[in-house]
Design a protein around this ligand. Structure first.
Ligand code: HEC
Length: 120
């Protein structure tokens, strides 16, 4: 009896882990702003994917602009990044250049990343 119960427990634990894992995989390909930030806003998990989507075309390795998919570059330019993405859409210096203003949640997420100490 105890053994059977223990086996059930293991089975459910296994299912639980699989569900958790599939959610995690799901999150990685979903909009970065939908990700769970309860353990902190991290560059690798939350910010880099967002920058890749909106800025990567011009600001990644091999482009002529600063590669903001690189943690140190993004960290060092955080004030400038926040300034540029909060300008009026189409205003001089507005980023993403020739693009649409980022959703407010994304801007807030980058702000939160700074407020929490620019976690890698
Ligand atoms: C279509 C190309 C393009 C996209 C997309 C783009 N940028 Fe830029 N960015 C540029 C160019 C060109 C410059 C240099 C001219 C200037 O300073 O405005 C620049 C300059 C900047 C600067 C000033 C410092 C530096 O690196 O030269 C920041 C900060 C910046 N971009 C952030 C961003 C962020 C954040 C995004 C995404 C939200 C983004 N950019 C998207 C083309 C782009």
């Amino acid at each position: 009896m105890t053994n059977t119960l223990a086996r059930y427990d293991l089975t459910f634990f296994g299912i639980f882990i699989s569900i958790l894992y599939s959610c995690k995989k799901e999150e990685l390909i979903s909009e970065p702003e939908m990700e769970d930030t309860s353990l902190g806003t991290k560059f690798s998990v939350h910010i880099r994917p967002l920058l890749n989507t909106h800025c990567g075309e011009c600001h990644s390795a091999g482009t002529s602009q600063t590669n903001y998919l690189d943690y140190d570059n993004a960290k060092n330019a955080i004030t400038s990044i926040l300034d540029r993405i909060q300008r009026e859409e189409g205003a001089s210096g507005f980023m993403p250049r020739n693009g649409n203003k980022l959703p407010q949640e994304s801007i807030d997420l980058i702000q939160q990343w700074q407020d929490e100490g620019l976690i890698p």
